[in-house]
Design a protein around this ligand. Structure first.
Ligand code: FAD
Ligand code: NAD
Length: 395
């Protein structure tokens, strides 16, 4: 047929929003849309710090894709992408090949380890449902092991590498979970250590200093130790080595030291910086007008020439813009430039505590935590309507 084929890779924030918008805007038989994702569920990445620490069920952080999209309008393919071939307009899957006229890449990010020895092998990451189930089970297992080998204090030492938003949100949850684990396993809470190591001169570098102080204070009161201005230099099975030469024995290392774009985009030959591909104002790659990139794999600059940080907020807005431009391309209508509408940022510090800046206003404490819940529920509403808010939302 002559109907254009649109293939969307990845059902993350960018991919799902692109698919949902296409499903709404396209007329019957105007295009064939295929969405490819390696799992049959979408995960709510912004919730993953909770199931990672065990303060929430991993089930609450995922949604079946069949509940989100209309499979009469969009073909869903559960498969893993292994190669993108933009010259041939083909995508190689683990179990087949797809041809496209238009491609949307929304394959998300991966942990960036900056080549630090041992991190890949010995540290865990907060990236997916599978990765957070591993962290959660691992933490519980350390408590169980400690009861058999009470001289092994490293079983009760939890190192978190990086005090960006991911690290901070995770330690907030972990600090909430520790007292419960201590009770469950009859362990003296005084023996447990949560150590957050940050290379920059401050936690949450670049964020409002007053809110950073507040966050560090809240977490310190919950028992977290910060080592600021100290880089992790190596990760070993028995713990981490710092740039100062100091070794911290720890059976658990969670690396939240940064993310990069998906390696598949570099391997496809797109010009990339740490796996992120610079896109034009319409979200297309410089080399191929029919290839759009959304989310953590895309690189866009603000008016001051600084790259936008990879966030769910921007990925969602890109998805909406990308769908608009796909429809416009098919109809030979003018494309629309992407403009980021920054609504702010709110980071959780565990139960009932958060910090943030919303519409330019600084927030902290209980009210900020309430805003965080509203933002989470708004997202559920956008992708799955009131039904999803009722099933997965929590106040
Ligand atoms: P992702 O959401 O990462 O989705 C990528 C999809 O592609 C996944 O479904 C994955 O399974 C799939 N995929 C990957 N590789 C393949 C393959 N080879 N084949 C097939 N499918 C594949 N941002 C905010 O704005 N606000 C927040 O509050 C916030 N909180 C966060 C909290 C945590 C703990 C973390 C880790 C991140 C948070 N972020 C937040 C950042 C945000 O989650 C990311 O920027 C966002 O998920 C990026 O969306 P994406 O569409 O690029 O990709
Ligand atoms: P990040 O890059 O923002 O933070 C990583 C931190 O690790 C940095 O502070 C960095 O200085 C530190 N680091 C790097 N190398 C180190 C080393 N060797 N030793 C010690 N520390 C080291 O990564 P992230 O926190 O995963 O965030 C990724 C993206 O997701 C960001 O854009 C962030 O805004 C977004 N995010 C947002 C929220 C939210 O809005 N609530 C939550 C999580 C993530």
């Amino acid at each position: 047929s002559t109907v254009p084929r649109i293939v969307i890779l990845g059902a993350g924030y960018g991919g799902v929003l692109t698919a949902l918008r296409l499903q709404k805007e396209l007329n019957y038989n105007e295009a064939n849309v295929t969405l490819v994702n390696k799992h049959d569920y979408h995960y709510i990445t912004t919730h993953l710090h909770m199931p990672a620490a065990g303060t929430d069920d991993p089930e609450n952080a995922r949604v079946n894709i069949s509940k989100l999209i209309d499979e009469f309008k969009i073909d869903f393919v559960k498969s893993t992408v292994v190669q993108i071939k933009p010259v041939e307009k083909k995508v190689i899957l683990e179990d087949g090949t797809l041809s496209y006229d238009y491609l949307v890449i929304g394959l998300g990010g991966e942990a960036e380890t900056f080549g630090i020895p041992g991190l890949q092998q010995h540290a865990m990451n907060i990236r997916s449902i599978n990765s957070v189930r591993l962290i959660r089970e691992h933490i519980e297992y350390q408590f169980a092991k400690f009861k058999r080998e009470p001289e092994r204090r490293d079983y009760l030492t939890f190192v978190i590498g990086g005090a960006g938003f991911t690290g901070i949100e995770f330690i907030g949850e972990l600090a909430d979970r520790i007292p419960k684990l201590c009770k469950q396993f009859d362990v003296d809470p005084g023996l447990v250590k949560i150590v957050n190591i940050e290379a920059a001169p401050t936690a949450l570098p670049g964020f409002d200093p007053e809110l950073v102080d507040y966050a560090v204070q809240v977490l310190t009161n919950k028992g977290v130790t910060f080592k600021i201005g100290t880089a992790i230099k190596e990760c070993k099975p028995e713990g981490v080595v710092l740039a100062t030469g100091e070794t911290i024995p720890a059976a658990t290392v969670v690396w939240t030291g940064g993310i990069r774009g998906n390696r598949l985009v570099e391997q496809a030959g797109f010009e990339a910086m740490r796996g992120r591909v610079k896109v034009d104002p319409y979200l297309r790659t410089a080399q191929y007008e029919n290839v759009f990139i959304v989310g953590d794999c895309s690189l866009l600059f603000n008016d001051e020439g600084k790259p936008f940080p990879p966030t769910a907020q921007i990925a969602m807005q890109q998805g909406v813009n990308c769908a608009f431009n796909l429809v416009a391309s098919i109809r030979n209508q003018p494309l629309r430039e992407f403009k980021f509408d920054n609504k702010g940022v709110v980071a959780s510090l565990g139960k009932g505590e958060a910090v943030g800046i919303v519409f330019g206003k600084k927030l902290k404490g209980g009210f900020a935590a309430f805003m965080k819940k509203l933002i989470d529920m708004r997202y559920l509403y956008i992708i799955g309507g009131i039904g999803l808010v009722l099933r997965k939302g929590k106040l």
